[in-house]
Design a protein around this ligand. Sequence first.
Ligand SMILES: [Zn+2]
Length: 82
Amino acid sequence: MGKVKDMDTKESREQEILKCCICEKEIEAHPISGWSQGNNAEPVVKDGRCCDFCNDLVVIPERFKKVAWKMIEEWPHTKNKS
Ligand SMILES: [Zn+2]
């Protein structure tokens, strides 16, 4: 009959459930990759992790905004405004 496999402490640590720093829901493992560590929540939450949902709806738009503001500042037309 099947022998019980040695319990690996590393394995149980890997299955620790992370919570999203933005919506506070549990971050579910990705159905394909199995990745369960979520996404980098910066610049919204420093050193935070967030779920795919918040990443798409909050973090990525926030990053775009930063880039957009930089572009506006560097835009030649805004400098000539008087
Ligand atoms: Zn979330």
